[in-house]
Design a protein. Sequence first.
Length: 109
Amino acid sequence: MRPNEERGGRHRHHGGHHTKGPKTFRRGRAIAFLEMIQLKRMTIKQQLDEPEFETIKPILIGELKALDMVINEFIQLFDLEESDEMVNTENSSKEASEMIGDPADEINQ
């Protein structure tokens, strides 16, 4: 007989006290990762407006589009609810692309 079987098994609750389960822990980590990605996205968005990054604007726009795609897929994959900030993230990427143009157009010319 294993030691855990004598004491009621591994998953025994002490006195009816329930702790947060692994699902809650994973969701918290997923939200923390999403916030980190959104912070990186905001940093790149700020760089679009700075003159020293003018030469790499098409690259920055591409990175914004890629991050938006990752953010949207991550939200769907982990069933996270979209906040206003997430919706604004998607809209601002589209606005930046329209304002500057599609980087693929500049490369193909």
